[in-house]
Design a protein around this ligand. Sequence first.
Ligand SMILES: Nc1nc2c(ncn2[C@@H]2O[C@H](COP(=O)(O)OP(=O)(O)O)[C@@H](O)[C@H]2O)c(=O)[nH]1
Ligand SMILES: [Mg+2]
Length: 229
Amino acid sequence: MKIVTVDFAVGAANLHQLPKNGLPEIVFIGRSNVGKSSLLNKIAHRKNAARISSTPGKTRELNYYLINKQFYFVDLPGYGYAKVAEHVKAGWTALIENYFLTRKQIAFAVQIVDARLGPTDLDNLMIGWLDFYEIPFVLVMTKADKTPVSRLQMQMSAVKTAMSKYRFVHGIIPFSAVTGEGRGDLLTIIEDHLVPAQSPSSKKFARRDVYLSSRRFSPKEPGRTTAVA
Ligand SMILES: Nc1nc2c(ncn2[C@@H]2O[C@H](COP(=O)(O)OP(=O)(O)O)[C@@H](O)[C@H]2O)c(=O)[nH]1
Ligand SMILES: [Mg+2]
């Protein structure tokens, strides 16, 4: 897949502000400072397409970028920034969980973690949500260039084992926004997942529809008691 055009569409502070045209969405998730903006800019071949907040943890918007006039990249607000007030964390948690729960356009998620650390507790909570809401995702291990080869190999095998319990994980990709490692693989897996979401009659889409309507307002939803941000 070639990214030809990137147009900033909207910064949505609540779900009412999301685009209503039904185009598929690829959602990018990660803790503050993990390298999400750098990754977005690298795969879009843009120096500064993703808005980089000067005050980490302050951006509470879902930033929508229209790609090739066909689908969206959605840059979720980063989580895990220590200085964020509790009520802000709770607001983030509710916003993201409602987004996962209700947004049928989500075709695929890119969960970004630091290759040196592997998934943190908050990353694991997010991964658990993705799997629970049946959102297919790829785990991207970024800053691979900063990670010694032996450590990267160790993290990759540990992460492979840890991911084996999830049904919706569709790959683990080492990545670097500096060297471009993993860029091609990531674009390919994204492209592969755009196809079913573009056809509303496809099995996957229909199944997710049924699933979502049966899950709505379930008391067992994860995250209701745990703030993630
Ligand atoms: N060496 C290296 N540094 C990176 C990489 N990705 C991001 N960074 C650096 O990590 C910091 C946070 O990156 P940013 O993209 O703003 O993170 P965000 O808060 O997740 O959007 C910046 O100083 C980036 O230059 C990478 O792949 N390799
Ligand atoms: Mg950012």
